[in-house]
Design a binder for this molecule. Structure first.
Ligand SMILES: [Zn+2]
Length: 63
């Protein structure tokens, strides 16, 4: 069995390491294990992964 490849990218918030599975797809949500910030996976290429921070809504659901 091949060992799953994991890409390591740096969290732009806390500079911790975030592991991205190599089979992650565009739009997949990953979260930083250190600070818990959630990111959407953008472009994945040989140079790394582009992450887009996900804006988490508060508890105000517009009622
Ligand atoms: Zn972080």
């Amino acid at each position: 069995m091949d060992k799953a490849k994991v890409l390591i990218t740096k969290c732009p918030v806390c500079e911790g390491d975030i592991e991205i599975p190599s089979d992650a797809i565009h739009g997949e949500i990953v979260s930083c294990p250190d600070c818990g910030t959630m990111f959407e996976v953008g472009t994945i290429n040989e140079e790394g992964v582009v992450l887009k921070q996900v804006e988490v809504q508060g508890e105000d659901w517009g009622e």
